[in-house]
Design a protein around this ligand. Structure first.
Ligand SMILES: [Fe+2]
Length: 311
C-alpha cells in the first residue's frame, strides 16, 4: 500500500504476502540485507495485526471525548483559558521527557532524531531539506509559526527565541490575559496533567529503549489520529463566534507537522523490529500504559470543562 510508484516492490510484496510493509523494509528484504527475510517480514506483519487490534484501538485514539467536544466550538472563555494552562504545562514538561529520550537513545542516529525534536521545540528553526524555499530564509518567516517550516532538519538551522513552541503558546496565553507566571509550570498542572507528564518521562524517556520506543510509537499514533485538527477546528469556531482573535499558529503548525509523521513512525517501528528481537507483548503493554497516561490528560481536561460549565 505504501509502495505505489515502484512496480518491482509492489509485485514483490504481492508475490510474497508482504503487502502492508513499508517500502524501505520491502527493499531490504528484496536485497536480502542482514536480518531481513521473507519469513521474518511475515512475522512482523502478524505483529502489526496485533498492534492494530491491541494498541491502536485504545479509546484515546478512537474516542477522545474532550477533543470531540472542543471541536464543536461551544467553549467559554474560562474553558479555553483552563485548557491553555494545562496544555502549556504539558508543552513545557514534554521537554524533560524528550531530553531523557535523547540521553537514553541506543544509537547516535536515534540520539540525533530525538535532538532534532528537542532543538526544534526550544527554537531552532527547521531548514527545509529541499532548496528553493526562499520564504523560510526571511527573518520574520523564521519565527512566524504560520510561515516557519514544519519539515527539514535543525542541522544548519537558526535559533530564534521567538521560534520556541512555548513562546507561540504564550501568544495565545497573553490574549487570554494569562501572564508568563500563570502558565507552563508544574504548579499549574492538575493531578491528571501531571500524571500524564510523569508517565511521559517514565515511559517515553525510559532507560529501557524498548519501553521508550513503544511509548513513542503510541504517542505518535495518538498525535497522528487527528486531535490537532479537532482543536484547530474548535478554535476557529471560537474565534468566529467571539472577538477573541486568538493566534492559532501553535496549533496549526503542529497539525501540519503531524500530517507528515505517521509514515515515518511506521518505518521506525519496522526498523526496530528487524534490528532486534523485540518482545511483542512487552511492546504492546508499555504502548498501552503510555496511552493510559495520554487518556488521563484528556479525561482531566474533560472533567475540568464540565466543572467550569456549571459555574
Ligand atoms: Fe511542539
Amino acid at each position: 500500500m505504501r509502495v505505489v510508484g515502484n512496480p518491482d516492490l509492489e509485485t514483490f510484496a504481492r508475490d510474497n504476502d508482504l503487502v502492508g510493509l513499508t517500502a524501505p523494509s520491502l527493499r531490504a528484504v528484496l536485497e536480502r540485507r542482514p536480518g531481513y527475510s521473507v519469513d521474518y517480514a511475515r512475522r512482523f506483519l502478524a505483529f502489526q495485526q496485533r498492534i492494530n487490534e491491541e494498541l491502536l484501538h485504545h479509546r484515546v485514539i478512537t474516542d477522545n471525548l474532550y477533543t470531540a467536544w472542543f471541536e464543536q466550538g461551544e467553549q467559554t472563555h474560562e474553558q479555553v483559558k483552563a485548557f491553555i494552562v494545562q496544555f502549556s504545562v504539558f508543552s513545557n514538561l514534554f521537554l524533560v521527557a524528550q531530553l531523557y529520550k535523547m540521553i537514553n537513545a541506543d544509537s547516535l542516529k536515534r540520539m540525533r532524531a530525538s535532538k532534532e525534536i528537542l532543538a526544534n521545540e526550544i527554537g531552532v528553526v527547521f531548514k527545509p531539506s529541499r532548496a528553493g524555499n526562499a520564504q523560510a530564509l526571511r527573518n520574520d518567516a523564521d519565527v512566524d509559526p504560520q510561515l516557519v517550516s514544519s519539515e527539514g532538519t535543525v542541522e544548519g538551522g537558526v535559533f530564534r527565541f521567538r521560534a520556541a513552541h512555548f513562546e507561540w503558546l504564550l501568544q495565545i496565553a497573553q490574549k487570554l490575559e494569562l501572564g508568563f507566571n500563570d502558565v507552563g509550570k508544574r504548579r499549574h498542572g492538575t493531578a491528571s496533567t501531571l500524571f500524564f507528564c510523569d508517565e511521559l518521562k517514565r515511559l517515553y524517556g525510559s532507560e529501557d529503549y524498548l519501553v521508550s520506543q513503544a511509548a513513542s510509537y503510541a504517542v505518535e499514533n495518538w498525535a497522528a489520529a487527528g486531535f490537532w485538527d479537532e482543536l484547530v477546528d474548535g478554535f476557529n469556531k471560537y474565534n468566529a463566534r467571539t472577538d477573541a482573535a486568538l493566534p492559532l499558529a501553535f496549533f496549526t503548525w503542529h497539525a501540519r507537522l503531524e500530517a507528515q509523521h505517521a509514515q515515518h513512525t511506521q518505518e521506525e517501528l519496522e526498523e526496530l523490529y528487524f534490528a532486534r528481537d523485540l518482545d511483542e507483548s512487552v511492546f504492546i503493554r508499555y504502548g498501552n500504559e503510555m496511552l493510559d497516561g495520554v487518556a488521563a490528560f484528556w479525561d482531566g481536561s474533560d472533567e475540568q470543562r464540565r466543572r467550569l460549565a456549571k459555574n
